[in-house]
Each structure stands twice: as structure tokens, then as C-alpha cells.
Design a protein. Structure first.
Length: 79
């Protein structure tokens, strides 16, 4: 389940249960809300984020689990 506090998106990883955070800019947050409302692809809503960051917003998988699952666990922004 996604939690948004101010501009920070928190998600609990479905694989390992760890909670991770990603701070979005105002415009990214607007775009993310548009994505959550449905009907758009996340890569079209948030082109400023990398694959790992978009996957985190979509599925909640943490960087470690993404690295294990898809080999793309790199993000400077996910804490
Ligand atoms: Zn994880």
C-alpha cells in the first residue's frame, strides 16, 4: 500500500517487507497522482525517473529486491 506524506512516497516491499521512500518534486507528484488515477503508463507520466524508481512507485519493490528480480536496482533517490 502506498503512503504519500508531503512529497514523500513510502512503500513496503512485497518481497522483503522493508519500507523505502522516494521524495518527488511537486510536478512529479502531480504526475504520479495522475498515474494512480489510472489510464496512463508510468513511463509516460514520469519520464524524469529511472526504471528502478518507476518500478518502486508501481510495485513497491525496494532497490535490493529489484536488483535481484530484474537487475535494475540502481537509484540515488530511493531511501
Ligand atoms: Zn525488498
Amino acid at each position: 500500500m502506498v503512503t504519500i506524506i508531503d512529497n514523500e512516497v513510502a512503500q513496503t516491499c512485497g518481497m522483503c517487507g522493508r519500507e523505502s521512500y522516494l521524495e518527488l518534486t511537486d510536478s512529479e507528484l502531480e504526475a504520479y497522482k495522475g498515474y494512480l488515477a489510472g489510464g496512463q503508463l508510468i513511463q509516460e507520466c514520469l519520464p524524469s525517473l529511472n526504471k528502478c524508481e518507476r518500478e518502486f512507485l508501481k510495485s513497491g519493490y525496494c532497490t535490493d529486491c529489484q536488483e535481484m528480480l530484474f537487475g535494475n536496482g540502481e537509484s540515488e533517490r530511493i531511501k
